[in-house]
Design a protein around this ligand. Structure first.
Ligand SMILES: CC(C)(COP(=O)(O)OP(=O)(O)OC[C@H]1O[C@@H](n2cnc3c(N)ncnc32)[C@H](O)[C@@H]1O)[C@@H](O)C(=O)NCCC(=O)NCCS
Ligand SMILES: Nc1ncnc2c1ncn2[C@@H]1O[C@H](COP(=O)(O)OP(=O)(O)OP(=O)(O)O)[C@@H](O)[C@H]1O
Length: 200
């Protein structure tokens, strides 16, 4: 079983590429952002820890942690982001490690893909066989994020500033996917990479 880690900045197209790997190569997916949301739901240890660190001003009307409020705090304040990261990242990583161990017991599962913006910073090389960097120019990422998620220019810039540089991603990833292109051209790149994997 191969474990590929997919990384890149916000809106680079990581989920878009994951969908393709799932639908065309039967990949099992582990998505750090989604797991991050799970491990801070009401009733979890993560929830209690975040509430203690950030106080009840981050709660919504249902008593759940409000992601927009938390995003505003952590993407404009490095210290707060580090506090949140220290709480959430170990929980996410343990969850992912346990899932991978479960997948290893199932012979039919040949490919697992882990998606996280922070694979490099959080040392996922201990879990993944290789890292892929999804490269999309900032201007294109901005356009796509505004269109698909209605993110503001300010929100996008704040998240950009909190994430690794292109240089850092390139230095640490053995495969680079150019996702500035039309979907079919991107799928073609992936097919070539997967074909090379089968042959080697
Ligand atoms: C701050 C939160 C609540 C905002 O949620 P929201 O649904 O608005 O945004 P989403 O999760 O889609 O994240 C937006 C973008 O920021 C990236 N991102 C999320 N957290 C971080 C972080 N701590 N540092 C850098 N980038 C981050 C995501 O990968 C994505 O590219 C949420 O991102 C979160 O819980 N972050 C902490 C968990 C985390 O670090 N996840 C990243 C992968 S381990
Ligand atoms: N090659 C492409 N052509 C056109 N649209 C694309 C392409 N790649 C991604 N998109 C679109 O861009 C948007 C952002 O992509 P996606 O959600 O996959 O990014 P992401 O890297 O997973 O973001 P995040 O960091 O928030 O998890 C989506 O609406 C997606 O459909």
């Amino acid at each position: 079983m191969k474990v590929i880690g997919i990384t890149g900045g916000v809106g680079a197209g990581k989920s878009f590429i994951l969908d393709y790997l799932k639908n065309n190569y039967g990949a099992k997916l582990l998505i750090a952002d989604e797991i991050g949301h799970q491990v801070m739901k009401k009733g979890t240890t993560g929830y209690e820890m975040i509430l203690k660190a950030f106080t009840s001003k981050i709660l919504d009307n249902q008593g759940e942690i409000s992601r927009p409020i938390l995003a505003e705090i952590i993407f404009s304040d490095l210290e707060k982001r580090e506090i949140l990261n220290k709480i959430i990242h170990p929980l996410v990583k343990s969850y992912i490690q346990a899932e991978i161990e479960n997948f290893r017991k199932i012979e039919e599962i040949k490919l697992v893909v882990v998606e996280a913006a922070l694979l490099i910073e959080d040392h996922y090389e201990t879990i993944c066989d290789e890292f892929w960097y999804i490269y999309t120019k900032n201007e294109i990422r901005k356009q796509r994020l505004k269109l698909s998620r209605g993110y503001s220019e300010e929100k996008i810039e704040a998240i950009f500033a909190s994430q690794a540089s292109e240089e850092m991603f390139r230095k640490n990833c053995s495969v680079v996917i150019d996702n500035n292109l039309m979907p079919n051209e991107v799928y073609h790149q992936i097919d070539l990479i997967m074909k090379n994997r089968e042959e080697s």
